[in-house]
Ligand binder design. Structure first.
Ligand SMILES: [Zn+2]
Length: 370
């Protein structure tokens, strides 16, 4: 690694002169207190931490980290791969209960095991209350009781799902003290709100009677996954930048030749193209998703990064779960600096040297960036 620590720029001098309680943030270039940043975010299994960015940048990046975990092409892989960790994937999943004829809210856990959320349905004049277990239903009722007492039922956040027939109040996460109202229309939502406000005794009576905890055999779950390519691409670029800082030290990436990438990751210079309705409006200057890249069967549940010169640019290949491959253009190629000729897993496994000639060949032969 030491052979790569070649830095020539004045920013290094600034860095060396500061006391050790502050760092020069590799994203905003300000002298600030450091924060802990995972090279690859923890929710994807990353456990390597750098301290080269400031608290503000760290906070600012949580939205793009979330986009990568939940609104990107790797979201499903994340569910399938991390069986030992509880993963909840947002935002909304619906499960059709054929017996009840209702679309019910669920959250999705690893390997697609759906968990029924506590919810109250009103269809026509028929009221039903369901949930996976009794305590979660009781907690839903407690929250509703509070709202009824304060007459704030109408303030519950409303989501309109035109396709689905019933109106329902859901408690989205057992730990979260909040409720969401879903309805086919605002009229239906208003009807449910009035019903709960005026007939809460009836609602409580239903809960007091039969236990209504339920499970559903062979559920068909309908997920709605929204891809946010611009945010998740920026998060992938950040993984590559973090990795360089981790491998070669912060001064390396403080070089001004990384400024364009830095501004892109920060969202300060995002160039969304004008495209027709059939095309995706993605800033493709720095990150490309390589849908036809070879997979890495040896490490299917880990992530790999490989830095090399591709054509005229220094690039990082970032592979998630051995199969979702992204190419990140870091800067113009610098032939004075050797690329990092190794792959890297983020789960604490010692670095392995893997030869990837097929990748390099693939990458060399393509024009990947606009
Ligand atoms: Zn910063």
């Amino acid at each position: 690694m030491e052979r790569l620590a070649i830095v020539r720029h004045t920013r290094e001098l600034t860095l060396l002169m500061t006391d050790r309680d502050t760092i020069m943030c590799i994203y905003c270039l300000e002298q600030r207190a450091p924060s802990r940043e995972h090279v690859l975010q923890e929710s994807l299994g990353g456990d390597i931490v750098i301290r080269d960015l400031c608290v503000d940048c760290n906070a600012r990046f949580s939205a793009i980290d979330q986009a990568l975990a939940e609104s990107s092409v790797i979201s499903l892989d994340r569910l399938m791969a991390r069986s030992g960790v509880r993963v909840n994937l947002g935002p909304t999943h619906l499960l059709f209960d054929e017996d009840a004829g209702l679309w019910k809210d669920v959250r999705i856990r690893n390997r697609f095991s759906p968990e029924l959320l506590p919810q109250l349905h009103l269809r026509g004049n028929e009221l039903s209350i369901v949930g996976a277990d009794r305590p979660s239903i009781d907690a839903l009722i407690d929250l509703l009781r509070e709202r009824v007492a304060k007459k704030t039922v109408a303030d519950i956040h409303v989501k309109i799902d035109e396709q689905y027939g019933s109106s329902r109040i859901t408690r989205p996460r057992p730990k979260r003290r909040d409720l969401v109202l879903r309805a086919p229309s605002h009229d239906e939502a208003g009807k449910l709100v009035r019903y709960v406000q005026d007939h809460f005794d009836e609602v409580e009576a239903i809960v007091a009677g039969d236990p209504v905890a339920s499970t559903i055999e062979n559920p068909r779950v309908h997920g709605r996954m929204v891809y946010d390519f611009n945010a998740s691409h920026r998060a992938v670029a950040k993984v590559a930048m973090n990795f360089l800082a981790y491998s070669l030290g912060a001064p390396y990436v403080l070089d001004e030749s990384f400024d364009a990438l830095r501004n892109y990751i920060r969202g300060d210079d995002l160039r969304i193209p004008d495209v027709s309705e059939e095309q995706l409006a993605i800033d493709r200057r720095f990150v490309a998703w390589l849908q036809d890249a070879p997979t890495i069967p040896r490490i299917p549940d880990r992530h790999t990064i490989y830095v090399t010169n591709v054509r005229d640019a220094l690039c990082a290949v970032v592979v998630f779960y051995g199969k979702k491959t992204f190419l990140v253009k870091l800067r113009e190629a610098d032939h004075d600096v050797d690329p990092i000729g190794r792959t890297f897993t983020f789960d604490g496994t010692p670095s392995q040297v893997l030869e990837m000639p097929e990748w390099v060949e693939l990458l060399q032969s393509r024009e990947r960036f606009d």
